[in-house]
Design a protein around this ligand. Structure first.
Ligand SMILES: [Zn+2]
Length: 346
């Protein structure tokens, strides 16, 4: 049941299910692959399947028994998932809470499981272990207490201690296709097909990011973001800078805002293309803004509309490379203004 909820990752699922059905589990697994493609989600499903009282075909969890329900709620007593502090997993100190550091968790693994078949430790991010924590872990993984299983979750394999990697069964996770993410958004989030496609392509194959976009008030803020983008074409440098800074926010909000600009920018680009081709408004993503979009399409002409898509691509790549958000918005504003005044060469 739960393995069916994992999007894509057929190879990873096959590896895990083979171990479950053969009753031969590794002592440690390394889940490795790009961010936001389901490693953590899969780890939870795997913990359920390992401890399920009545597993079904392919060793999958029943999702009804006590262990399954407790894992789902995050209350399973045999699951240890130390929290990273500032992106690092540490040894911890006895003062900083019950489940916080490896130093508190590892000694407890010498006791029998409280409820399940295995005690499971999820280490995420395993590529963010402090050297002290890594060495401590290595000792335990080399001589694991009975009925203990480790799941290391990492983005970059080479950043995990090689001696640890060599003790793990590797399970590789691959980026998801835009089509797969779009299909998920249509089926699980009931997004309209064209909207699902736009969000999926803005999320670049990361389901985590796509869901973030869905939750991030993207849909409610669409009007505000269209206003913002349209204003970039028209306003002076000083106004563009002031508006950008107000909209951008600070800290974590900055990245989310850039993702939303990207997503709505793509919607606008798509509708501009439709407008310049004189297509029916019925399939537009921003049909409520059709008049403004048609006016802009007329102003930019076909060439400018195509260049707008190119500018967005460049902006997107900057977002991917984690470039400075203020610089990126400054770049976008300058380019759009140049497009509107016909001064963008090339
Ligand atoms: Zn179960």
């Amino acid at each position: 049941m739960s393995f069916g909820l994992i999007l894509g990752q057929e190879r990873a699922k096959t590896v895990l299910q083979a171990g479950l059905t053969a009753g031969r589990l590794a002592g440690a697994y390394l889940f490795v692959g790009p961010p936001g493609v389901g490693k953590r989600f899969t780890a939870r499903q795997f913990v359920k399947a390992i401890n399920c009282i009545e597993p079904g075909t392919g060793g999958d969890s029943c999702d009804r028994c006590a262990p399954c329900r407790l894992v789902e709620k995050g209350d399973f007593p045999d699951l240890y998932a130390p929290e990273a502090q500032g992106g690092k997993l540490t040894k911890g100190t006895s003062g900083d809470g019950e489940r916080s550091g490896l130093g508190e968790i590892l000694p407890r693994l010498h006791f029998a499981p409280l409820m399940g078949k295995y005690k499971v430790v999820i280490l995420d991010p395993a590529d963010g272990l402090t050297p002290e924590a890594g060495n401590m872990l290595l000792k335990t993984v080399e001589e694991p207490p009975p009925k203990t299983l480790f799941i290391l979750v990492a983005t970059v394999e080479t950043a995990v201690l090689p001696t640890l990697v060599s003790r793990c069964q590797k399970v590789r996770f691959t980026p998801l296709g835009v089509d797969q993410v779009a299909q998920y958004l249509r089926q699980q989030r009931s997004l309209a097909p064209e909207l699902a496609e736009t969000v999926a392509s803005a999320a670049q194959g990361s389901i985590e990011r796509a869901l973030g976009l869905c939750q991030s008030r993207l849909l409610e803020q669409r009007a505000e973001l269209v206003d913002f983008l349209l204003s970039l074409f028209e306003s002076s440098l000083a106004d563009r800078t002031a508006t950008s800074l107000t909209m951008l926010g600070t800290g974590k909000a900055e990245r989310e805002f850039l993702d939303r600009v990207r997503a709505v920018g793509r919607m606008l680009a798509r509708d501009l293309l439709h407008a310049s081709a004189g297509m029916d408004r019925a399939g537009w993503l921003l049909a409520d803004r059709a008049r403004e979009i048609e006016r802009l399409a007329g102003q930019l002409q076909r060439q400018g509309v195509l260049r707008f898509s190119g500018v967005l691509d460049e902006f997107s790549r900057g977002v991917e490379r984690n470039e400075n958000p203020k610089n990126l918005l400054h770049f976008l504003g300058n380019r759009l203004h140049a497009l509107a005044t016909g001064s963008l060469a090339g």
